[in-house]
Design a protein around this ligand. Structure first.
Ligand code: TXA
Ligand code: MG
Length: 326
């Protein structure tokens, strides 16, 4: 079967792919691990479209792809050990979780509100050329619908998404590794293995000189306790609020916003769930930074991206036993 959205890796098609990325569209490209579903990592609405298109009911943080270590330096701060690991394993199937730089241009949605970013330099020549032509960082999870198997050929991707969802899939043949990258985070005197991959703990120990500890389930956090590291506002959240009470701030959605005379931010005056997803973490933070005790949040429709937005809001609103322990 012929697929309209599979394109061979020719120079005109790289140019077209980069143009689509600049327009906020999604482009699929091969890496040495699996095919990625890519978006301009600095464009919040494009990143939100990744979650919508994957039909992912939660926001988990995404991996940002850059052409080299020097480019990574623009977005994240390297400790000595992480830099040594990057020098050894990049380009390749290896991802480092590192603190975002102050004024980092990456959308907060790629970090799902965390202070860190997962970043990697892919080795696949097609990914490398695309990054060079696009001249920007590309956020990309595996190019499959949520809960389905990761794609290792262009045809797998084409079977998964229509050409409206993903107008262009760069064909780079079958992926060499077929398994997602190894993800690590250096933490004090140890290296946390957040996701095992083809770069082994032994190799990481040899290069870093530190012990590697496998942290279970980081890829798919299910228990609320495993989400401790996620950004939680200091303020309490009151969900499905029709309006704000005195002393509360208001996180609004849509056109019909009550005039309560309080500090207010609107996730999307047009009622766009994509725009709301793109704004969620930055606006929550802005309201939280005002020092208000409670943020009233207007109802968000529970469909499409609204599922992920509501999931995140519910987690942020949930009682936090760990903060009571302090
Ligand atoms: O091989 C790969 O890495 C593929 C190809 C396309 O490059 N990409 C991939 O990306 O698997 P993604 O976005 O599906 O990986 C996301 C995972 C999250 O589920 C989480 O485990 C971890 O990366 N992650 C991302 N950012 C993180 C962060 N700031 N802190 C901790 N873990 C993070
Ligand atoms: Mg995946």
């Amino acid at each position: 079967m012929e697929y309209r959205n599979i394109f061979n890796a020719s120079s005109v098609n790289y140019t077209l792919a980069a143009k689509y990325l600049r327009q906020g569209k999604l482009v699929s490209f091969p890496t040495e691990t699996v095919y990625g579903l890519g978006a301009d990592a600095c464009n919040g609405q494009a990143v939100a479209a990744i979650f919508a298109t994957k039909e992912r009911p939660q926001f988990n943080p995404l991996i940002v792809h850059v052409p080299d270590l020097e480019t990574a330096d623009n977005y994240v701060n390297f400790d000595e050990t992480s830099r040594r690991l990057a020098e050894k394993f990049w380009p390749g199937p290896f991802t480092l979780v590192l603190p975002r730089k102050e004024n980092c241009r990456l959308s907060p949605l790629v970090s799902a509100g965390l202070e860190t970013v997962a970043i990697r330099v892919p080795r696949h020549p097609v990914a490398q050329v695309l990054l060079a032509v696009f001249e920007g960082p590309i956020a990309a999870p595996s190019a499959n619908k949520s809960g389905r198997i990761s794609p290792t050929t262009a045809e797998h991707v084409a079977r998964e998404f229509t050409s409206e969802e993903v107008p262009l899939i760069l064909d780079g043949g079958p992926c060499e590794e077929g398994l997602e990258s190894t993800i690590v985070q250096v933490s004090g005197q140890e290296v946390l293995l957040l996701r095992p991959g083809t770069i082994t703990p032994r190799e990481i120990e040899l290069v870093s000189g530190l012990a590697v500890r496998h942290v279970e389930n980081a890829d798919n956090p299910v228990a609320p306790g495993q989400l401790r590291s996620h950004y939680a506002p200091n303020a309490r959240l009151r969900l499905n609020a029709a309006h704000a009470e005195p002393g509360e701030a208001l996180l609004a959605f849509g056109r019909a916003v009550p005039d309560d005379g309080v500090v207010m931010r609107n996730l999307s005056p047009d009622g766009s769930l994509t725009e709301a997803a793109a704004n969620l973490f930055s606006l929550l933070r802005e309201l939280d930074d005002t020092g208000v005790a409670t943020i009233a949040v207007m109802p968000i429709p529970r469909q499409g991206l609204g599922l992920a937005i509501n999931d995140r809001l519910q987690r942020a609103a949930a009682p936090r036993p760990e903060s009571d322990e302090k």
